[in-house]
Design a binder for this molecule. Structure first.
Ligand SMILES: [Zn+2]
Length: 119
């Protein structure tokens, strides 16, 4: 499933960050989910719960932020948010537009609680 492979790649990034930071417990993972990413948030949350327990041994909170689909007009260069998947410029009506955001799922931030090394 698409959501599972996405979550696995997100968790790999999370694990890299955690080891770069010298370890700790991940409390929260914040991601951006593009409106045009084709990702089902409910499925993504399920996959995250599943894969996080498997990879980390526990489940951090997952916070998702929806990112609208935004395009840039190739004629007037203005940017429009596409809501009904009708790809056209809202300024001049031109149909040649390129997607600038809203296509991907991105890891934004993670919150790590440091382990106390009382020695
Ligand atoms: Zn335009």
């Amino acid at each position: 499933m698409h959501e599972y492979s996405l979550v696995r790649s997100l968790l790999r990034q999370v694990e890299t960050i955690v080891s770069d930071e010298g370890g700790g417990v991940v409390e929260e993972v914040r991601i951006e989910v593009g409106a045009f990413s084709g990702v089902d948030i409910t499925l993504l949350e399920l996959a995250f719960a599943d894969e996080a327990s498997r990879h980390l041994g526990y489940q951090p909170r997952l916070q998702t932020t929806a990112v609208p689909l935004e395009v840039e007009c190739q004629r007037c260069r203005s940017r429009s948010v596409i809501e009904d998947f009708e790809f056209r410029c809202s300024e001049c009506g031109h149909q040649q537009v390129i997607i600038v955001s809203g296509e991907e799922v991105r890891l934004m931030e993670i919150e790590i609680r440091e382990l106390n090394n009382a020695s």
